[in-house]
Design a protein around this ligand. Structure first.
Ligand SMILES: Nc1ncnc2c1ncn2[C@@H]1O[C@H](COP(=O)(O)OP(=O)(O)OP(=O)(O)O)[C@@H](O)[C@H]1O
Length: 124
């Protein structure tokens, strides 16, 4: 078994790698930059409309879901380009399915956003 201090250092290093991954994807992926902008706008609207705790929880889950799906999509795209730079139906399938995950998460976020902000913005 590893000494506890080394385990702790490894956990901290893992967080560092994860944040580095988010930052690397953010710098290279236009879609993620759009999500970052949308996240800032949605958080601003959340404060403006004084969302309840439950509404914040739903909005947070929706935002995190889209970010997570987009990051996994970026990772799968990178791995696919590495392992199959030439055309292959399976490479195409992997990329299409990963993009599908982003689409589903984004649709869910649009529904959550409409249900939470719709009545506040359009006053119904
Ligand atoms: N190696 C490949 N073999 C077969 N089809 C591929 C391959 N690479 C890409 N494709 C097809 O082209 C589509 C677009 O791939 P691409 O790598 O350009 O990603 P993208 O959707 O443009 O994502 P992004 O804009 O985030 O880079 C894929 O969804 C897939 O259908």
């Amino acid at each position: 078994m590893r000494p506890p201090d080394k385990l702790w250092r490894r956990r901290v290093a893992s967080f560092g790698h994860a944040f580095r991954g988010v930052w690397a994807a953010l710098r290279s992926e236009v879609h993620l930059q759009f999500h970052a902008l949308a996240t800032v706008v949605v958080i601003g609207l959340g404060f403006y409309y004084a969302l309840t705790r439950l509404e914040w929880a739903l909005v947070t889950l929706a935002i995190a879901g889209v970010w997570a799906a987009e990051l996994v999509n970026t990772a799968i795209e990178a791995l696919t380009d590495l392992t199959s730079p030439d055309y292959h139906p399976l490479a195409g399938k992997a990329k299409d399915v990963a993009a599908g995950a982003v689409l589903i998460a984004a649709l869910g976020a649009v529904i959550v956003g409409s249900l939470v902000f719709g009545p506040k913005i359009f006053k119904f």
